[in-house]
Design a protein around this ligand. Structure first.
Ligand code: ADP
Ligand code: LRH
Length: 489
């Protein structure tokens, strides 16, 4: 039987891609049809996603895919979480979605949690507090004209799906990141929305991975040169990435390592203990009722934004060279709390890192290789802490850490993470998210039986690199140093 063609649209925070995937009984082959940068834009002071530009690139990518590979059996779309577009009663987008790194939510989470009780909120939604959870974004927006007059709210992949097919809905894995979904029955918590003066009627009906949205609108089919059905995948990119982890059994941790480092476990039920809430672990919805028990680590954003800053200052830095240079810098000279809120917004990351070092009485990194080393040592420490805490809070031991996403290409980070956690790190696939997207479509088409079957196929077909833990760095004392910095900032 010749492999079957599917198309995955995967919008990451730093780049988007349209990927052709061929799935057969013993094959999963990816070919990138198109990749494009994802560059946000500040309009009248507010940071937005350039959604029309992204959509144009998606159509272009689908056209390339059809031209070079033929008509796919179906198309699936995933993207980053939490952000949304508002439609008016005619179905027109009221404004470009606001980027979760925009400052409009500053202070909102504190107010709302004080009002509702952080514990009550955790018991209902199971979500970690991130300042940009959709619930806080909506509170920040609830007095705007667009919000007051809106007819529908669509999360980003659902918005793309709407433009492709005309179908309205909210895919459940991504809906679980809004903090408006009940963690127990995974339905909208209408009472919670109402209690905050939000408008539950904006929230569309939920759909499950594997559901059919519909076929392309006529204008889309004409533009891309073929007609195909769009199938809901696990539309939260992290949910697709976790499906794309080539793990065997359940004794594994994962790091979906891209702009964010999403580090945690796959569980069959949520953990809602007080200790889990205090440690700010989230229980996002995975495929087939699984729970993505994880915490957001600031991730390679720190590195991306430093590189962008150096380029902007006329000091272009090539990533492989920077990483090679950073490998020569002594380990652990300076460690930072990567999750400090100062690192969240776009801007001058090298100066913020230097300021953190100064405030905490550590050597101040200034050359690019020193800054990069500081970022990577600090990320490895954050991954160690997160995985250890997840295992303890969920009472779930692991033998291996799977690192997927673009960060799997970063050999130094993978090695440091193995050293810091004391666990082997299996790096790859880099395109786990697109693979997760494709395999859910393949399952809907009857080619894959279940999640375990999908992962077996990945383990058999995708190249990985294993990093064994090495001795040499005293991670315990680095962790204590890091903990002691918290009191100084
Ligand atoms: P996202 O989906 O959030 O946009 P990706 O999974 O595409 O993120 O990962 C992007 C990251 O991958 C970049 O920020 C970069 O740090 C890392 N990366 C990409 N290519 C390489 C490379 N050749 N070597 C090391 N790291 C890389
Ligand atoms: C990663 C991601 C992550 C969310 C963040 C907003 O792209 O979806 O899971 O927390 O973006």
């Amino acid at each position: 039987m010749s492999p079957t063609l599917f198309a995955a649209v995967d919008l990451g925070a730093s780049s988007g891609r349209v990927v052709a995937g061929r799935v057969g009984p013993d094959t999963v082959e990816l070919t990138e049809a198109h990749r494009f940068v994802n560059e946000p834009v500040r309009l009248a002071g507010t940071l937005h996603w350039n959604i029309a530009g992204l959509y144009t690139e998606i159509l272009r990518g689908l056209r390339f895919l059809g031209r070079d590979h033929g008509t796919p059996v179906s198309v699936g779309v995933d993207s980053w979480a939490v952000d949304y577009g508002l439609l008016d009663a005619d179905g027109a987008l009221l404004s470009a979605p606001v980027h979760y790194r925009d400052g409009r939510t500053d202070g909102v989470a504190e107010t709302i949690n004080g009002q509702l009780g952080a514990d009550a909120l955790y018991q209902r939604t199971g979500l970690q507090i991130l300042p940009f959870n959709t619930i806080y974004q909506l509170v920040a927006a609830r007095d705007t004209a667009a919000y007051r007059t809106a007819d529908r709210l669509l999360l980003v992949p659902d918005l793309i799906g709407y433009w492709l097919t005309g179908a309205i809905g909210a895919e459940v894995t991504n809906a679980s990141t809004t903090q408006l979904l009940d963690v127990h029955d995974r339905t909208w918590d209408v009472d919670l929305a109402s209690s905050l003066g939000l408008r539950p009627e904006l929230l569309p009906s939920l759909r499950q991975p594997g559901d059919l949205l519909g076929r392309f609108r006529a204008d889309v089919a004409a533009e891309v040169g073929f007609d195909a059905p769009v199938v809901a995948v696990a539309s939260h990119d992290t949910a697709s990435a976790v499906i794309g982890v080539p793990a065997v059994g359940d004794r594994f941790a994962y790091i979906s390592c891209g702009t964010w480092g999403l580090a945690g476990l796959e569980l069959d039920r949520p953990v809602l203990s007080e200790a889990s809430r205090e440690a700010n672990f989230t229980n996002e919805a995975g495929i087939d009722g699984t729970v993505r028990y994880l915490r957001n680590v600031m991730g390679l954003w720190l590195l991306q934004e430093s590189v962008r800053w150096w380029e902007r200052e006329g000091r272009p830095a090539d990533l492989p060279t920077l990483l090679a240079d950073a490998a020569g810098v002594p380990a652990g000279r300076t460690v930072i709390e990567v999750d400090d809120a100062r690192f969240l917004p776009p801007g001058d990351m090298p100066s913020r890192i230097a300021a953190y070092a100064r405030e905490t009485g550590q050597p101040v990194p200034s050359a690019p290789d020193e800054i990069v080393r500081c970022i990577l040592d600090s990320l490895a420490l954050a991954f160690r802490r997160t995985i250890r805490e997840a295992m303890a809070l969920a009472d779930h031991a692991v033998d291996v850490v799977h690192a997927v996403g673009g960060g799997a290409r970063n050999a130094l980070l993978c090695q440091l993470t193995a050293d810091a956690t004391g666990l082997p790190v299996v790096a790859g696939p880099v395109e786990a998210t697109a693979l997760g997207n494709l395999l859910v479509q393949a399952r809907a088409a009857g080619l894959v039986a279940d999640l375990a079957d999908a992962r077996r196929l990945l383990a058999a077909t995708q190249a990985t690199v294993c990093y064994e833990p090495r001795p040499g760095i005293d991670w315990d004392s680095l962790a204590s140093r890091l903990a002691s910095t918290a009191a100084k900032v």
